[in-house]
Design a binder for this molecule. Structure first.
Ligand code: SF4
Length: 508
């Protein structure tokens, strides 16, 4: 049964994560992973094995190398593809290779910022993001035409595409853009969803409620269960893994068990089994177990999970209440059950017109200026269009105008001269200078407490959400997406490009 068929059939499915290692397939670490993988292959109740792509931004052997023996053994494999180390051509090339080898399940992710590399930190790529990657892979699934006239050929793949949602976010302006991005990813071609690691039943219950609310209950949701250790719990608690939240309250609870002889292992395995039960009880299609490296640990968790009664998960959900202080929920929480109440949307979501510090003078002037300059048929639009369309090079406005654009945008937005401007789509925040991953299609999953995982800045998408909400336009924040920046326009005039219909807007 393919993974697509498995996710459409009845029953709670189980997947296990393998983390690829640095070195060749014959090095000790890789041998250990391969041995574990062989044992998982032999377990008929393991529906799939997932393999990470340079997890944590560290270099490692390609996921396909570990995946091949699993594929040959007729077990379903999900290959993770991230955008940090390759541009769109590199990603397309990887996709053709995977398809040629018989891999058909892909998890499309933006990816962590590069964390280590030979002789220092490598340059990150992020030419496209998870939405752009899904757009690319969906196009490949539909068929890409190559060649001319009679030699024209339609080349296609048949990938089953999945995505990740980071739903354990603290602030409204962090969480809602994540949900909007999830909707965009589903619209762009994702067919199943895995949530980020998190340890709060309230937020776990919110995701299926959100999907139901948007008539998306047919999309398989897979619950992420990362089996903790003393070490990983400490890393998560210190926000050392982007986007993964483990609160001080849970960390204090964990500390009681890590002092015991087994360093908390039994507690961690029981917690994982209870989380599987919660996911199953809430209607998730499966559980995705990470953080284990031995088959005995897998058996212990699964035996405990299978020992529970049908309704036990409700009790576990009441125990697993580790939201962050003042964490925002899309739906109101029911304190009796520890789950959200899907009937009650948080009224704050409707409070448009609220002026926050992000709705500042710079924003208001920029918006007004944009309307005068770029509203079709109005203000300066016709003059600008006439001036630029007469030039030989339509991407080059007259020097005085180009100079004005460069100076003005550098002062106001720290413009990096990309020429394919997304300012108006991100509420007048520049993705090139103020976003470490140049995200144009919504936030990556790496923020913590609203802050960027790399730069000491509030996430541009949280700021953009505040501005859009002030205007009563928050729901349409990602209406412009998917955007794939055209690098041919670098150092050209984005104003001229806009007036002459050149760039990503035209492409769309
Ligand atoms: S032209 Fe590019 S670099 Fe300049 S403000 Fe717009 S998005 Fe940023």
């Amino acid at each position: 049964m393919s993974l697509r068929e498995a996710f459409q059939s009845s029953g709670f499915k189980i997947g296990v994560e393998l983390v690829s290692t640095r070195g060749t397939m014959s090095d000790t670490k890789a041998i250990n992973v391969r041995n574990f993988s062989t044992e998982l292959i032999e377990r008929p109740e393991v529906d799939w094995i997932s393999i990470t792509d340079n997890a944590g931004g560290h270099p490692s052997i390609a996921a396909s190398a570990l995946g091949r023996p699993i594929l040959f053994a007729n077990k379903e494999v999900i290959i993770h593809i991230t955008c940090k180390d390759a541009n769109r051509n590199g990603l397309e090339s990887k996709a053709w290779e995977l398809s040629s080898e018989g891999f058909s399940n892909i998890l499309a992710i933006t990816g962590d910022y590069p964390g280590s590399g030979m002789s220092g930190i490598p340059k990150s790529v992020f030419d496209i993001d998870s939405v752009g990657l899904l757009h690319l892979l969906t196009k490949m699934n539909h068929g890409i035409e190559i060649g001319k006239k009679k030699k024209r050929q339609l080349l296609s793949t048949d990938f089953y595409l999945g995505t990740v949602v980071s739903n354990f976010k603290k602030h409204e302006n962090e969480l809602i853009p994540q949900y909007l991005k999830l909707l965009k990813k589903l619209e762009t071609g994702a067919e199943y969803v895995i949530n980020q690691v998190g340890y709060d039943a309230g937020k776990i219950s919110e995701l299926p409620a959100f999907m139901n609310h948007h008539q998306l209950s047919h999309i398989p949701l897979i619950g992420n269960v990362y089996v903790l250790s003393k070490f990983s719990a400490s890393l998560f608690n210190k926000n050392r893994i982007p986007g993964v939240i483990l609160t001080d309250a849970l960390h204090r609870e964990i500390f009681k068990y890590t002092e015991s002889d087994d360093k908390g292992k039994a507690f961690f395995q029981e917690l994982a089994a209870k989380m599987l039960a919660i996911y199953k009880g809430l209607g998730y299609k499966g559980g995705y177990i990470g953080g284990i490296h031995k088959i005995e640990d897998y058996h212990k968790i699964m035996d405990t999970f299978h020992s529970y009664g049908e309704q036990d998960w409700k009790l576990f959900a009441k125990e697993l209440q580790y939201a962050q202080n003042d964490e925002f929920f899309y739906f109101e929480m029911n304190q009796d059950t520890g789950l959200v109440n899907p009937e009650k949307i948080n009224p704050i979501l409707k409070s448009n017109g609220t002026k926050t510090r992000n709705v500042n003078l710079n924003y208001q002037i920029s918006k007004r200026f944009h309307n005068i300059m770029f509203t079709e048929g109005k203000g300066f639009y016709n003059i600008g269009k006439r001036l630029c369309s007469k030039s030989k090079n339509k991407s080059h406005a007259p020097n005085w105008l180009f100079g004005l654009e460069k100076i003005g945008k550098r002062i106001l937005f720290d413009c990096q001269d990309c020429g394919d401007c997304s300012l108006a789509e991100i509420e007048y925040l520049c993705p090139e200078s103020q976003c470490a991953k140049n995200q144009r299609n919504g936030p990556c999953g790496g923020t913590s407490d609203g802050q960027c995982e790399v730069k000491d800045l509030e996430c541009i998408w949280a700021r953009a959400y505040d501005r859009a909400k002030y205007e009563g336009n928050a729901e349409n924040l990602l209406e412009h997406s998917p955007v794939l920046q055209n690098h041919a326009l670098e150092h050209t005039s984005s104003w001229a490009n806009f007036w002459c219909g050149i760039g990503h807007k035209k492409e769309k």
